[in-house]
Design a protein around this ligand. Structure first.
Ligand SMILES: [Zn+2]
Length: 159
């Protein structure tokens, strides 16, 4: 192995040591070579100096407009590919619908068109109240989510 090639190997190992801890064998070879080779010793010292200087730099925060524009672009990229409802959600919804239908078919024969809400037992009224409440929540959810997102975006752009 020629001297110049060996120096090139040492330089490569010095650079690699910035990203990962070298195995003891390689670290020993580098230390041994640097002790006798002024050129590589200078290279390693320069790299150490550069690393130290970079570590001390306080990177400036990106401009606010750049951050907002990047977020908007990312959100636009997400809108281009609309989210897909997972299969398990569809299966769960179908199962609940089928179970509810069977349950209602068994429970409804006692209920005739002449029965009013006042005739229903307390449990029946509670069940109707929960159904109405769930339906309202379901229909209002998109409005609530859209409003919350708009408020969050407004707060972020104000920052
Ligand atoms: Zn060398």
């Amino acid at each position: 192995m020629t001297k110049s090639l060996r120096c090139r190997d040492i330089e490569r190992l010095v650079l690699e040591s910035e990203d990962r801890a070298l195995p003891a064998g390689e670290r020993g070879r580098v230390e041994e070579h640097v002790r006798v080779c002024a050129r590589c010793r200078e290279f390693a010292a320069d790299r150490a100096l550069v690393r130290a200087e970079l570590a001390g730099v306080r990177w400036p925060a990106p401009p606010k407009e750049l951050v907002l524009r990047t977020r908007r672009l990312l959100r636009g990229a997400g809108a281009a590919a609309p989210p897909v409802v997972p299969v398990w959600v569809l299966v769960a919804m179908a199962a609940v619908t089928i179970i509810t239908s069977i349950w209602l078919a068994v429970a409804l024969p006692d209920i005739t068109p002449e029965i009013s809400l006042a005739d229903l037992p307390f449990g029946g009224l509670a069940a109707i109240f929960i159904i109405v409440q769930n339906a309202l929540m379901l229909f209002c959810a998109p409005v609530v989510l859209r409003t919350a997102r708009a408020r969050r975006d407004k707060l972020e752009s104000a920052r």
